[in-house]
Every structure is written in C-alpha cells, then in structure tokens.
Design a protein around this ligand. Sequence first.
Ligand code: UDP
Length: 248
Amino acid sequence: MFPQDFSKLEVIGEGKTKIVRRMEDPDLVLLEFKDAITALDGGKKDTLTGKGHINARISSFLFEFLSKEGVPTHYVSFIEPNYMVVRRLKMLPVEVVCRNIAAGSFTKKYPVKVGSRLKYPIVEYYLKDDLRHDPMMNEDHIVVLGILPSIEEVKEIKELVLKVNKSLSNFLDSKGITLVDFKLEFGRDKDGKICIGDEINGDSMRLWDKETGRVLDKDVYRQGKKLGEVLETYRECYRRIIGEEPKV
Ligand code: UDP
C-alpha cells in the first residue's frame, strides 16, 4: 500500500519519536515519525500503531497551512505514511512555548487555575539541555549565552511565535478545538534565515474540545489513560484537523 522504503537511507540522528535520514540532496533531510510515545523525560514508553502516520500527517498539514500564512518553516513535502521531507536547518538549542490557557507545568509553578484564559498569550523560552532539565530562560539569557547574536533576533522569534499562535488558534477554532498551548523549535537555513523546524502535532500542543473540554493531545497518555483510549484520542485529533480517517 505504501511502496516507498527508506530504510536503506543513512540514519544521521534519532530521538524518542523521530528518525532523521540523509537524502541525496544535501540541503534536505527525511524525518521518519515513529509509533513510539514517551512521557516523563522518557521514563514512560509505549508503542501506538499508527501514531507515526498521524503525527507526520498532522505536522505536514499544519506546516503547509503556516507556509500559506507566510510563516517560514522547514517543511518541503509529506510522503505516506509517516515521512516528512524538510530543509536541513542548524537547530537552536531552545524550545519556545506559547500559552493561551493555563495548563501543565505553568499551573504547577504559578498560582493559577487550570483552564483559566490568560490576559494575553505568554511566550516562554527553555534551554534544550537534558542534564540541566531544560531551564527556563529570558530574552537576555538567549543573547548572553550566545544562542542568538542579538535581542532583535529574539524579538523576531517572539513575533513569529505570536503570529503562529494567532493563525493556528483561528484555524483550530474553526475545527471546534481550543489551542491551549504549544511548543516550537527554530533553526537557521543555509542562507541564515530563521525558520520553524521539528514538528507541530498533538505531541507538541495542548488541544481541548471547544465545547466539552475533552483532551485531544498527548496529555491523555501523561495522565495514564489506557493505550486504546490514547490511540483513539490521536485518531480523533487527526479526524478533526485533516477531516478524514487516518490511513493506518
Ligand atoms: N512541550 C513539548 N515538549 C517539551 C515540553 C513541552 O512539546 O519538552 C509542549 C507541551 O506539549 C505543551 C506545551 O509545550 O503543549 C507547554 O508544556 P509545559 O511547559 O506545560 O510542560 P509539560 O507540563 O507538558 O511538561
């Protein structure tokens, strides 16, 4: 059913949920989305058949949508069932989180109720450093630690994240979904331009049903729900965003 076999392509990187493979064109890489699901810094791990397909397709769909909105991303094309061709970026060691509604670590750290809408969207920066447990940084940290050369580029990233937030929130709202919060990663392309990399799907966003509050993202796994229910949640997320049944 899916004739392409990329298993012969050299692996140049592997994380918990994706494998990065070299392509003939040195400016491109192939991202293979695995069926693995993890939480608690990798302490909890399972296999969900079809998750790789679902997350590759949702990421591709949302990157295409953002490209049309004028947002620079690494996305090039989707290959069924679970591959994304992307431009090779030099990634920045930063995770940028944007929050519309209080949830997750934000409600553990600060005196704010889960589910309360924030006065305006918050942007947070975290250093990608497992040994240091990804400490939060402010804009000055990013420049002083040499991650970006100037505060102007930090502001450029913040503006991009807020633009993505507006576009994605509106789009998801039209599908009956509230965008609670999400995480983006950035890198530079071969011309030095800052672009969004990595992925955008139910592993990197909190998504709640607009009417019922039903959780449509990885939180169901973090909460310890049965794997059948977790898979059904990913499938429902796919149906809502893509508008059809997953193919795997
Ligand atoms: N997030 C992510 N990767 C991380 C940490 C967070 O994709 O390593 C996403 C997470 O799914 C959520 C948002 O960023 O949509 C904010 O996460 P939070 O800081 O609340 O952390 P969590 O409670 O998820 O650990």
